[in-house]
Design a protein around this ligand. Structure first.
Ligand code: NAP
Length: 255
């Protein structure tokens, strides 16, 4: 969507988006920023952070960029500390980082991969929120980025899918724990051609097959995911908590 057609729902708000120097996280930062938020972006590599900050600033977005590997406790603390030092509060947290280190069947997955999947996809989201919790404003909003594979973990993505299923439970549990001060919701994307999904979406036959199976006959875009995330994070969703929106072109998820 053209920036000129987008509203200003996040004027005066401060938003932290993890894993946000490219792909879905970047588009979420861009969308919240275009709508008036001060956005705090981060990822593992300084060069990626610098490039993304430059691109967002060129669009007139108020942005701070930091290196934060979500597994690094010091960097997580620094992300929150620097946000508070510069902006004084946190209105929105989008927990977007994930890893998929294995395509093995679950019972063949090495313990190191199981640990990494749990750590990056679930545990560090909790640890970051523990760090952020005392700074969350009244009316604040948390959005987890899960996956369509959470609903029926497919072969090749099975254990990754299971960690994404855990985020659906985490959304429900935290929505209760943090109500009424903070809302907690989740977005479950279908396939989006980013670096993360490259091994599937860059294969023409696999891509065609996926598009054919999707009722809306296309893959998702990072902007599709950003639009749903922005809705859930905004006051327009002020009576919605504990929910997951599937943004997958009609791909089967649940009744
Ligand atoms: P992406 O385009 O590959 O981007 C990943 C971003 O995360 C990059 O900015 C990367 O930057 C950063 N990053 C990677 N590991 C990190 C870590 N440990 N700590 C901090 N930052 C890290 O990925 P994406 O497709 O946008 O995926 C984003 C989210 O969407 C994930 O949760 C994924 O599971 C979910 N999702 C994606 C799809 C899809 O089809 N693409 C479908 C369903 C769900 P650095 O390299 O600098 O760290």
């Amino acid at each position: 969507m053209e920036n000129s057609k987008i509203g200003r729902r996040f004027e005066g708000k401060v938003a932290i988006i993890t894993a946000s120097t490219q792909g879905i996280g970047y588009s979420i930062a861009q969308r919240l920023g275009v709508e008036g938020a001060s956005v705090v972006i981060s990822s593992r590599r300084q060069r990626n952070v610098d490039e993304a900050v430059k691109k967002l600033k060129e669009q007139g977005i108020e942005v701070m960029g930091l290196v934060c590997h979500v597994s690094n406790a010091q960097q997580r603390k620094n992300l929150i500390d620097q946000t508070i030092q510069k902006y004084g509060k946190i209105d929105v947290v989008v927990s977007n980082a994930a890893a998929n280190p294995s395509v093995d069947a679950i019972l063949q997955t090495k313990e190191t991969s199981l640990d990494k999947l749990w750590e990056i996809n679930v545990k560090t989201s909790i640890l970051l929120l523990q760090e952020a919790s005392t700074h969350l404003t009244k009316g604040s909003s948390i959005v987890f980025i899960s996956s369509i594979s959470a609903f029926e973990p497919p072969a090749g993505l099975a254990m990754y899918g299971v960690t994404k299923t855990a985020l659906l439970g985490l959304t429900k549990a935290l929505a209760t724990e943090l109500a009424p001060h903070t809302r907690v919701n989740c977005v479950a994307p279908g396939f989006v051609p980013t670096h993360f999904a490259e091994y599937i979406t860059s294969n023409p036959a696999m891509r065609k097959d996926l598009e054919g199976k999707t009722p809306l006959k296309r893959l998702g875009t990072t902007e599709d995911m950003a639009a749903a995330t922005a809705f859930l994070a905004s006051d327009e969703a002020s009576y919605i908590t504990g929910e997951t929106i599937v943004v997958a072109g009609g791909a089967p998820s649940r009744l």
